[in-house]
Design a protein around this ligand. Structure first.
Ligand code: NIG
Ligand code: FE
Length: 417
Protein backbone atom coordinates (compact mmCIF):
# COMPACT_ATOMS: atom_id res chain seq x y z
CA UNK A 1 0.00 0.00 0.00
CA UNK A 2 1.44 3.41 -0.87
CA UNK A 3 0.71 7.12 -1.02
CA UNK A 4 -2.32 6.95 1.25
CA UNK A 5 -1.11 10.00 3.17
CA UNK A 6 -1.11 13.63 1.99
CA UNK A 7 1.98 14.46 4.02
CA UNK A 8 4.44 12.76 6.33
CA UNK A 9 6.93 14.36 8.68
CA UNK A 10 9.79 11.86 8.55
CA UNK A 11 13.07 11.38 10.41
CA UNK A 12 11.77 12.74 13.72
CA UNK A 13 14.68 12.08 16.09
CA UNK A 14 12.33 12.25 19.06
CA UNK A 15 8.64 12.19 18.23
CA UNK A 16 6.63 13.17 21.31
CA UNK A 17 3.12 11.90 20.65
CA UNK A 18 1.70 12.64 24.11
CA UNK A 19 -0.56 9.70 23.34
CA UNK A 20 -1.92 8.20 26.52
CA UNK A 21 -3.87 5.30 27.84
CA UNK A 22 -6.58 7.52 29.29
CA UNK A 23 -8.84 9.84 27.33
CA UNK A 24 -8.92 12.63 29.93
CA UNK A 25 -6.16 14.95 31.13
CA UNK A 26 -3.00 13.36 32.50
CA UNK A 27 -2.58 12.97 36.24
CA UNK A 28 0.30 12.00 38.54
CA UNK A 29 2.88 9.77 36.77
CA UNK A 30 0.89 9.93 33.50
CA UNK A 31 2.21 13.49 33.21
CA UNK A 32 5.70 12.02 32.73
CA UNK A 33 4.58 9.77 29.87
CA UNK A 34 5.11 11.77 26.71
CA UNK A 35 4.79 8.87 24.25
CA UNK A 36 8.31 9.20 22.88
CA UNK A 37 9.04 7.41 19.59
CA UNK A 38 12.67 7.52 18.47
CA UNK A 39 13.19 7.83 14.74
CA UNK A 40 9.47 8.42 14.24
CA UNK A 41 7.09 9.49 11.51
CA UNK A 42 3.77 11.28 11.74
CA UNK A 43 1.44 11.11 8.72
CA UNK A 44 -1.31 13.57 7.87
CA UNK A 45 -4.31 13.60 5.56
CA UNK A 46 -6.88 16.38 5.23
CA UNK A 47 -5.42 18.26 8.18
CA UNK A 48 -5.68 15.35 10.60
CA UNK A 49 -3.23 12.83 11.95
CA UNK A 50 -3.79 9.48 10.24
CA UNK A 51 -0.74 7.46 11.25
CA UNK A 52 2.07 7.57 13.82
CA UNK A 53 4.94 5.10 14.11
CA UNK A 54 8.61 4.41 13.52
CA UNK A 55 10.57 5.13 10.38
CA UNK A 56 10.96 1.36 9.86
CA UNK A 57 7.20 0.70 9.99
CA UNK A 58 6.57 3.67 7.73
CA UNK A 59 8.98 2.34 5.08
CA UNK A 60 7.03 -0.92 5.04
CA UNK A 61 3.74 0.92 4.55
CA UNK A 62 4.87 3.06 1.62
CA UNK A 63 5.27 6.78 1.21
CA UNK A 64 3.18 9.87 1.51
CA UNK A 65 2.59 12.20 -1.45
CA UNK A 66 4.83 14.75 0.24
CA UNK A 67 7.49 14.33 2.90
CA UNK A 68 9.06 16.86 5.20
CA UNK A 69 12.38 15.89 6.73
CA UNK A 70 12.63 16.71 10.44
CA UNK A 71 16.39 16.03 10.20
CA UNK A 72 16.53 14.03 13.42
CA UNK A 73 15.06 16.81 15.55
CA UNK A 74 12.31 16.91 18.20
CA UNK A 75 8.74 16.85 16.85
CA UNK A 76 5.77 17.41 19.16
CA UNK A 77 2.18 18.74 19.33
CA UNK A 78 1.64 22.50 19.02
CA UNK A 79 1.41 24.26 22.37
CA UNK A 80 -2.02 25.07 23.76
CA UNK A 81 -2.06 28.29 25.79
CA UNK A 82 -5.19 27.97 27.97
CA UNK A 83 -5.15 31.38 29.71
CA UNK A 84 -4.49 34.74 28.02
CA UNK A 85 -5.81 38.30 28.12
CA UNK A 86 -4.42 39.09 24.66
CA UNK A 87 -6.82 41.86 23.56
CA UNK A 88 -5.98 45.21 25.16
CA UNK A 89 -4.70 48.69 24.37
CA UNK A 90 -1.73 50.46 25.97
CA UNK A 91 0.94 48.92 28.15
CA UNK A 92 2.01 49.28 31.77
CA UNK A 93 5.79 49.23 31.94
CA UNK A 94 5.71 52.29 34.26
CA UNK A 95 3.69 50.34 36.82
CA UNK A 96 6.11 47.44 36.57
CA UNK A 97 8.89 49.77 37.67
CA UNK A 98 6.78 50.58 40.75
CA UNK A 99 6.15 46.89 41.41
CA UNK A 100 9.89 46.29 41.23
CA UNK A 101 10.28 48.91 43.95
CA UNK A 102 7.85 46.90 46.08
CA UNK A 103 4.41 48.44 45.47
CA UNK A 104 1.90 45.52 45.56
CA UNK A 105 -0.19 44.64 42.48
CA UNK A 106 -3.50 44.97 44.36
CA UNK A 107 -2.51 48.39 45.76
CA UNK A 108 -2.01 49.74 42.22
CA UNK A 109 -5.43 48.33 41.26
CA UNK A 110 -7.07 49.92 44.32
CA UNK A 111 -5.88 53.40 43.36
CA UNK A 112 -7.42 52.99 39.89
CA UNK A 113 -4.33 51.80 38.04
CA UNK A 114 -3.56 48.24 37.00
CA UNK A 115 -6.40 46.51 35.17
CA UNK A 116 -8.39 49.79 35.33
CA UNK A 117 -5.78 51.78 33.41
CA UNK A 118 -5.86 49.13 30.66
CA UNK A 119 -9.68 49.34 30.73
CA UNK A 120 -9.50 53.08 30.07
CA UNK A 121 -7.16 52.59 27.10
CA UNK A 122 -9.19 49.68 25.72
CA UNK A 123 -12.49 51.55 25.93
CA UNK A 124 -10.93 54.38 23.91
CA UNK A 125 -9.42 52.12 21.23
CA UNK A 126 -11.14 51.22 17.97
CA UNK A 127 -12.05 47.68 16.96
CA UNK A 128 -9.53 48.00 14.13
CA UNK A 129 -6.60 49.10 16.28
CA UNK A 130 -7.31 46.46 18.94
CA UNK A 131 -7.45 43.79 16.23
CA UNK A 132 -4.18 44.90 14.63
CA UNK A 133 -2.37 44.99 17.97
CA UNK A 134 -3.62 41.58 19.04
CA UNK A 135 -2.83 40.16 15.61
CA UNK A 136 0.81 41.15 16.07
CA UNK A 137 0.90 39.43 19.46
CA UNK A 138 -0.77 36.28 18.14
CA UNK A 139 1.68 36.07 15.24
CA UNK A 140 4.52 36.05 17.74
CA UNK A 141 2.79 33.35 19.78
CA UNK A 142 2.31 31.25 16.65
CA UNK A 143 5.96 31.65 15.67
CA UNK A 144 6.87 30.36 19.16
CA UNK A 145 4.74 27.26 18.63
CA UNK A 146 1.33 28.09 20.09
CA UNK A 147 -1.37 26.66 17.82
CA UNK A 148 -4.44 26.98 20.09
CA UNK A 149 -5.16 29.62 22.70
CA UNK A 150 -7.85 30.89 24.98
CA UNK A 151 -8.49 34.66 25.07
CA UNK A 152 -10.49 36.46 27.74
CA UNK A 153 -12.41 39.69 27.48
CA UNK A 154 -12.33 41.76 30.65
CA UNK A 155 -10.70 45.08 29.74
CA UNK A 156 -14.07 46.60 28.83
CA UNK A 157 -16.19 46.13 31.95
CA UNK A 158 -19.15 47.65 30.11
CA UNK A 159 -21.34 45.83 27.63
CA UNK A 160 -20.23 47.63 24.47
CA UNK A 161 -16.48 47.29 25.15
CA UNK A 162 -16.80 43.68 26.27
CA UNK A 163 -18.60 42.95 22.97
CA UNK A 164 -15.93 44.92 21.09
CA UNK A 165 -13.23 42.66 22.58
CA UNK A 166 -15.18 39.48 21.80
CA UNK A 167 -15.63 40.73 18.22
CA UNK A 168 -11.86 41.26 17.97
CA UNK A 169 -11.39 37.60 18.99
CA UNK A 170 -13.85 36.55 16.23
CA UNK A 171 -11.93 38.58 13.64
CA UNK A 172 -8.61 37.14 14.76
CA UNK A 173 -10.04 33.62 14.48
CA UNK A 174 -11.00 34.39 10.86
CA UNK A 175 -7.63 35.90 10.00
CA UNK A 176 -5.13 33.60 11.69
CA UNK A 177 -4.37 29.89 11.47
CA UNK A 178 -5.06 29.41 15.17
CA UNK A 179 -7.90 27.90 17.17
CA UNK A 180 -9.11 30.61 19.55
CA UNK A 181 -11.32 29.86 22.55
CA UNK A 182 -13.23 32.96 23.72
CA UNK A 183 -13.97 33.61 27.39
CA UNK A 184 -16.19 36.34 28.84
CA UNK A 185 -14.56 37.98 31.86
CA UNK A 186 -16.78 40.93 32.71
CA UNK A 187 -15.94 40.02 36.32
CA UNK A 188 -12.28 41.02 35.98
CA UNK A 189 -12.39 44.19 38.13
CA UNK A 190 -14.91 46.73 39.39
CA UNK A 191 -14.91 49.64 36.93
CA UNK A 192 -14.41 53.19 38.23
CA UNK A 193 -18.01 54.25 37.63
CA UNK A 194 -19.12 51.49 40.04
CA UNK A 195 -16.34 51.97 42.62
CA UNK A 196 -18.79 52.62 45.47
CA UNK A 197 -21.49 50.32 44.08
CA UNK A 198 -19.94 46.83 43.97
CA UNK A 199 -23.29 45.05 44.13
CA UNK A 200 -24.67 47.06 41.23
CA UNK A 201 -21.71 45.96 39.10
CA UNK A 202 -22.23 42.29 40.02
CA UNK A 203 -25.80 42.74 38.82
CA UNK A 204 -24.46 44.41 35.65
CA UNK A 205 -22.18 41.43 34.90
CA UNK A 206 -25.13 39.05 35.37
CA UNK A 207 -27.16 41.22 32.98
CA UNK A 208 -24.42 41.05 30.33
CA UNK A 209 -24.27 37.23 30.33
CA UNK A 210 -27.18 36.51 28.00
CA UNK A 211 -26.03 39.13 25.46
CA UNK A 212 -22.45 37.84 25.20
CA UNK A 213 -23.35 34.15 25.43
CA UNK A 214 -23.22 33.53 21.68
CA UNK A 215 -19.71 35.01 21.50
CA UNK A 216 -18.00 33.18 24.40
CA UNK A 217 -17.67 29.55 25.44
CA UNK A 218 -16.40 30.15 28.99
CA UNK A 219 -17.16 32.60 31.79
CA UNK A 220 -14.25 33.50 34.10
CA UNK A 221 -14.12 35.51 37.34
CA UNK A 222 -11.21 37.16 39.19
CA UNK A 223 -12.09 35.69 42.60
CA UNK A 224 -9.79 37.85 44.70
CA UNK A 225 -9.55 40.39 47.49
CA UNK A 226 -10.31 43.79 45.95
CA UNK A 227 -12.05 42.11 43.01
CA UNK A 228 -14.87 39.54 43.39
CA UNK A 229 -15.31 37.82 46.75
CA UNK A 230 -16.87 34.43 47.47
CA UNK A 231 -20.53 35.54 47.58
CA UNK A 232 -20.26 37.80 44.54
CA UNK A 233 -18.46 35.10 42.54
CA UNK A 234 -21.09 32.55 43.56
CA UNK A 235 -23.94 34.71 42.27
CA UNK A 236 -22.19 35.27 38.95
CA UNK A 237 -21.43 31.54 38.67
CA UNK A 238 -25.06 30.60 39.26
CA UNK A 239 -26.17 32.97 36.50
CA UNK A 240 -23.36 31.88 34.15
CA UNK A 241 -24.33 28.23 34.58
CA UNK A 242 -27.99 29.07 33.92
CA UNK A 243 -26.95 30.94 30.76
CA UNK A 244 -25.06 27.84 29.54
CA UNK A 245 -21.43 28.95 30.00
CA UNK A 246 -18.64 26.57 30.92
CA UNK A 247 -16.65 27.85 33.88
CA UNK A 248 -13.10 28.99 34.53
CA UNK A 249 -11.90 30.77 37.67
CA UNK A 250 -8.92 32.92 38.69
CA UNK A 251 -8.44 31.60 42.22
CA UNK A 252 -5.69 32.05 44.80
CA UNK A 253 -3.50 34.50 42.86
CA UNK A 254 -2.86 36.81 45.82
CA UNK A 255 -5.17 35.40 48.52
CA UNK A 256 -7.61 32.56 49.12
CA UNK A 257 -11.26 33.57 48.76
CA UNK A 258 -12.72 30.07 48.49
CA UNK A 259 -12.43 30.00 44.71
CA UNK A 260 -11.39 26.34 44.63
CA UNK A 261 -14.51 25.34 46.59
CA UNK A 262 -16.66 27.31 44.17
CA UNK A 263 -14.88 25.74 41.19
CA UNK A 264 -15.55 22.26 42.55
CA UNK A 265 -19.18 23.05 43.30
CA UNK A 266 -19.86 24.57 39.88
CA UNK A 267 -17.93 21.96 37.87
CA UNK A 268 -15.31 24.38 36.54
CA UNK A 269 -13.28 23.15 33.57
CA UNK A 270 -10.18 24.88 34.97
CA UNK A 271 -9.02 26.77 38.07
CA UNK A 272 -6.10 29.05 37.37
CA UNK A 273 -3.22 30.52 39.47
CA UNK A 274 -3.54 28.49 42.74
CA UNK A 275 -0.56 30.19 44.42
CA UNK A 276 -2.56 30.50 47.66
CA UNK A 277 -4.59 27.27 47.58
CA UNK A 278 -5.09 25.78 51.09
CA UNK A 279 -3.70 22.27 51.53
CA UNK A 280 -7.15 20.89 52.44
CA UNK A 281 -8.52 22.18 49.15
CA UNK A 282 -6.03 20.16 47.07
CA UNK A 283 -7.91 16.80 47.30
CA UNK A 284 -11.15 18.64 46.58
CA UNK A 285 -9.62 20.08 43.42
CA UNK A 286 -8.27 16.65 42.41
CA UNK A 287 -11.74 15.11 42.73
CA UNK A 288 -13.51 17.98 41.01
CA UNK A 289 -12.33 17.08 37.51
CA UNK A 290 -11.02 20.62 36.92
CA UNK A 291 -7.60 21.18 35.39
CA UNK A 292 -5.27 23.27 37.59
CA UNK A 293 -3.65 25.89 35.36
CA UNK A 294 -0.34 27.22 36.72
CA UNK A 295 1.10 30.52 35.53
CA UNK A 296 4.83 30.73 36.26
CA UNK A 297 5.16 33.89 34.17
CA UNK A 298 3.10 35.74 36.80
CA UNK A 299 5.19 34.47 39.75
CA UNK A 300 8.34 35.43 37.87
CA UNK A 301 7.21 38.86 36.66
CA UNK A 302 5.66 39.92 39.99
CA UNK A 303 8.48 38.29 42.01
CA UNK A 304 5.90 36.37 44.04
CA UNK A 305 7.00 35.19 47.47
CA UNK A 306 4.54 32.33 47.48
CA UNK A 307 4.52 29.82 44.64
CA UNK A 308 1.76 27.30 43.90
CA UNK A 309 2.33 23.86 45.48
CA UNK A 310 2.92 22.28 42.08
CA UNK A 311 4.34 18.98 43.36
CA UNK A 312 1.56 18.52 45.92
CA UNK A 313 -1.03 19.22 43.23
CA UNK A 314 0.46 16.61 40.88
CA UNK A 315 0.85 14.03 43.66
CA UNK A 316 -2.75 14.56 44.76
CA UNK A 317 -3.94 13.83 41.21
CA UNK A 318 -4.76 17.34 39.98
CA UNK A 319 -4.14 17.42 36.20
CA UNK A 320 -1.78 20.38 35.92
CA UNK A 321 -1.58 22.63 32.85
CA UNK A 322 0.60 25.65 32.07
CA UNK A 323 -0.30 28.97 30.42
CA UNK A 324 1.34 32.31 29.70
CA UNK A 325 -1.50 34.42 31.23
CA UNK A 326 -0.32 36.92 28.59
CA UNK A 327 -1.52 40.36 29.83
CA UNK A 328 0.00 43.83 30.35
CA UNK A 329 -0.02 43.74 34.18
CA UNK A 330 1.17 40.45 35.56
CA UNK A 331 2.70 38.48 32.67
CA UNK A 332 3.63 40.19 29.39
CA UNK A 333 4.99 36.89 28.07
CA UNK A 334 3.96 35.44 24.70
CA UNK A 335 6.00 32.24 24.60
CA UNK A 336 4.97 28.88 26.01
CA UNK A 337 8.64 27.85 25.65
CA UNK A 338 9.59 30.49 28.22
CA UNK A 339 6.74 29.28 30.47
CA UNK A 340 8.03 25.69 30.25
CA UNK A 341 11.49 26.93 31.25
CA UNK A 342 10.04 28.78 34.28
CA UNK A 343 7.82 25.83 35.27
CA UNK A 344 10.86 23.55 35.37
CA UNK A 345 13.14 26.05 37.09
CA UNK A 346 10.73 27.56 39.61
CA UNK A 347 7.88 25.05 40.05
CA UNK A 348 10.19 22.01 39.77
CA UNK A 349 8.21 20.21 37.09
CA UNK A 350 10.28 17.76 35.06
CA UNK A 351 10.71 18.53 31.36
CA UNK A 352 8.22 15.74 30.53
CA UNK A 353 5.64 17.01 33.05
CA UNK A 354 5.94 20.56 31.74
CA UNK A 355 5.47 19.35 28.15
CA UNK A 356 2.31 17.39 29.12
CA UNK A 357 1.08 20.48 30.98
CA UNK A 358 1.63 22.73 27.93
CA UNK A 359 -0.05 20.39 25.44
CA UNK A 360 -2.54 17.67 26.35
CA UNK A 361 -3.55 19.02 29.78
CA UNK A 362 -3.76 22.55 28.42
CA UNK A 363 -6.04 21.24 25.67
CA UNK A 364 -8.34 19.79 28.33
CA UNK A 365 -8.26 23.11 30.18
CA UNK A 366 -10.00 24.71 27.18
CA UNK A 367 -12.36 21.80 26.52
CA UNK A 368 -10.48 20.72 23.38
CA UNK A 369 -8.74 17.60 24.67
CA UNK A 370 -10.42 15.46 22.02
CA UNK A 371 -9.12 17.61 19.12
CA UNK A 372 -5.67 18.96 19.98
CA UNK A 373 -2.80 18.53 22.46
CA UNK A 374 -1.42 15.17 21.29
CA UNK A 375 -0.32 13.48 18.07
CA UNK A 376 -2.88 10.71 17.96
CA UNK A 377 -4.86 9.37 15.02
CA UNK A 378 -7.98 11.47 14.43
CA UNK A 379 -6.64 14.62 16.07
CA UNK A 380 -5.76 17.87 14.31
CA UNK A 381 -2.29 17.92 12.75
CA UNK A 382 -1.00 20.79 14.92
CA UNK A 383 2.69 19.97 14.99
CA UNK A 384 6.03 21.57 15.87
CA UNK A 385 9.47 20.74 14.57
CA UNK A 386 11.87 22.11 17.17
CA UNK A 387 15.50 22.89 16.50
CA UNK A 388 16.52 20.52 19.30
CA UNK A 389 17.86 16.97 19.47
CA UNK A 390 16.41 16.02 22.86
CA UNK A 391 13.21 17.17 24.48
CA UNK A 392 15.01 17.88 27.79
CA UNK A 393 16.76 20.72 25.97
CA UNK A 394 13.45 22.57 25.60
CA UNK A 395 13.42 24.03 29.14
CA UNK A 396 17.22 24.10 29.27
CA UNK A 397 18.21 26.38 26.38
CA UNK A 398 16.16 29.39 27.43
CA UNK A 399 15.50 32.82 25.95
CA UNK A 400 15.47 31.71 22.29
CA UNK A 401 12.75 30.40 20.03
CA UNK A 402 13.29 26.73 19.21
CA UNK A 403 10.42 26.45 16.70
CA UNK A 404 11.86 25.55 13.27
CA UNK A 405 8.48 24.80 11.65
CA UNK A 406 4.92 25.12 12.90
CA UNK A 407 2.01 23.24 11.30
CA UNK A 408 -1.66 24.03 11.91
CA UNK A 409 -4.20 21.49 10.64
CA UNK A 410 -1.48 19.99 8.44
CA UNK A 411 -0.40 23.30 6.84
CA UNK A 412 2.96 24.88 7.50
CA UNK A 413 2.17 28.29 9.02
CA UNK A 414 5.63 29.28 10.25
CA UNK A 415 9.18 28.46 9.28
CA UNK A 416 12.31 30.00 10.83
CA UNK A 417 14.40 30.23 7.69
O1 NIG B 1 -4.36 36.76 35.53
N1 NIG B 1 -5.54 38.81 37.83
C1 NIG B 1 -6.27 39.13 36.94
N2 NIG B 1 -5.95 39.13 35.66
C2 NIG B 1 -4.63 39.05 35.18
C3 NIG B 1 -3.92 40.35 35.29
C4 NIG B 1 -4.52 41.36 34.41
C5 NIG B 1 -3.84 42.69 34.45
O2 NIG B 1 -3.09 43.00 35.39
O3 NIG B 1 -4.10 43.45 33.51
C6 NIG B 1 -3.92 37.89 35.81
O4 NIG B 1 -2.94 38.03 36.54
FE1 FE C 1 -5.39 35.94 34.09
Amino acid sequence: MSASFDLAIVRCGELLTLGGRSVGPRRRSEMSEIGLIRDGVVAISRGKIVWVGTQKEYRRRGRARREIDAEGRVVMPGFVDPHTHAVFAGSREGEWAEKLRGVPYLEILQRGGGILSTVEATRAASLKSLTERAETFLHKMLSCGTTTLEIKSGYGLDLSTEIKILKVIERLADRLPLDLVPTFMGAHAIPKEYSDRFEAYVYQVIEMLSTVRSRARFCDIFCEEGAFGYDQSRRILEAAKRAGFEIKLHAGEFSDQGGVRLAAEFGAVSVDHLDHIQSEEIPLLAQSGAVGVLLPGVSHFLMAKQLPPARALIEAGVPVALATDFNPGSSPCLSMQEIIHLAVRDFKLSAAEAISAATINAAHAVGMGDQVGSLEVGKQADILILDLEHYEELPYFFGVNHAAKVFKKGKMVYQDR
